[in-house]
Design a protein around this ligand. Structure first.
Ligand SMILES: Nc1ncnc2c1ncn2[C@@H]1O[C@H](COP(=O)(O)OP(=O)(O)OP(=O)(O)O)[C@@H](O)[C@H]1O
Ligand SMILES: [Mg+2]
Length: 287
């Protein structure tokens, strides 16, 4: 390769999306979870992934994190092909997902969770050193959690911050948050968003999944909608009205009825699990 070819390659990588998935299909038996779907997330943005229950969001996440292999399609990080499926270390350096359900082990300490399977050397484990490294890592990311605490004693908010710090410490600069706000109260959600904005300013890219659409407008710059296993749109959040976003998710147009405080809103058409998204009551009409 000539030096100019190397320069061209380096430039292409520098401008390439942090992650791009194209033509991804995935079946589970008779269920088509993804049908030639795709997503492209620009480096440094916070990108929302939304869709009704069963639209294929978590399936796409499992493919973007290398936990599932697509039946067809490909995934690239920073313009380069995704690692081999078995090379978990390489995946961990590129992407991490913080799930609603914790992936940390409750009976181990925070420090043990952070350094599980990556203690330096082969001799006996240096517990004091491990705790010190964990304390350094957590304070480096501004996470006020005792490394000696049992992970099972952490709040959901603390657990998420530990998981984000762990992901960053593996070198990942692309972090997926799959419904991170579902179990947080309003104050904890604001703190999470504050932390996301700080990390974004430091160059971290987020893919943010939520059924609470006002959160998409609060913290994301771009939104991708999946519907019935397919990609429907990717658009800057500021150019997409809420009604158009709901219409993209449901395939139906939205007529706003108003918020009549004296009557409860009908179930939100895009969400069958959460008890109200803080949006005006709506009804839908088939197009
Ligand atoms: N392991 C699996 N085995 C069988 N079917 C699956 C499996 N995982 C997902 N599916 C099916 O694939 C489709 C897409 O599911 P997925 O979990 O990706 O949706 P989602 O958009 O994340 O939904 P939710 O908002 O409820 O989390 C659904 O019909 C689901 O039932
Ligand atoms: Mg899901």
């Amino acid at each position: 390769m000539t030096s100019s070819e190397q320069t061209v390659g380096a430039t292409a990588r520098a401008t390439a999306p942090a992650v791009a998935a194209r033509g991804v299909s995935k079946r589970y038996g008779a269920t088509v979870a993804l049908d030639s779907a795709g997503i492209s997330v620009r480096a440094g943005e916070t990108h929302a992934l939304v869709g009704r229950n069963g639209a294929g969001k978590s399936t796409l996440v499992s493919i973007l994190t290398g936990l599932q292999r697509p039946d067809s399609g490909d995934v690239r990080f920073d313009g380069a092909p995704a690692p081999a499926p078995a090379d978990r270390d390489a995946w961990r350096q590129r992407v991490a997902c913080v799930y609603q359900k914790s992936t940390i082990i409750p009976t181990l300490t925070v420090a043990e969770n952070l350094f599980l399977n990556r203690q330096a050397g082969r001799g006996p484990i240096d517990w004091r050193g491990l705790r010190r490294r964990a304390a350094d890592l957590l304070s480096g990311y501004g996470v006020a959690v005792d490394p000696a605490a049992l992970a099972g004693s952490l709040t959901v908010e603390q657990r998420q911050l530990v998981e984000i710090a762990r992901a960053l410490s593996f070198g990942a600069r692309f972090i997926i948050l799959d419904e991170p706000t579902a179990q947080l109260d309003a104050a904890a959600i604001e703190r999470l968003f504050g932390r996301m904005r700080e990390l974004q300013a430091a160059g971290v890219t987020f893919l943010f999944i939520s059924h609470h659409l006002q959160e998409v407008y609060e913290v994301c710059q771009t939104v991708t909608v999946l519907r019935d296993a397919r990609h429907v749109l990717t658009q800057p959040v500021e150019t997409l009205s809420r009604d158009d976003l709901v219409a993209a998710m449901t395939g139906e147009t939205v007529q706003t009825l108003g918020t009549g405080a004296d009557r409860p809103p009908p179930p939100h058409p895009w969400c069958s699990t959460c008890a109200g998204c803080g949006w005006p009551a709506t009804t839908t009409a088939s197009t």
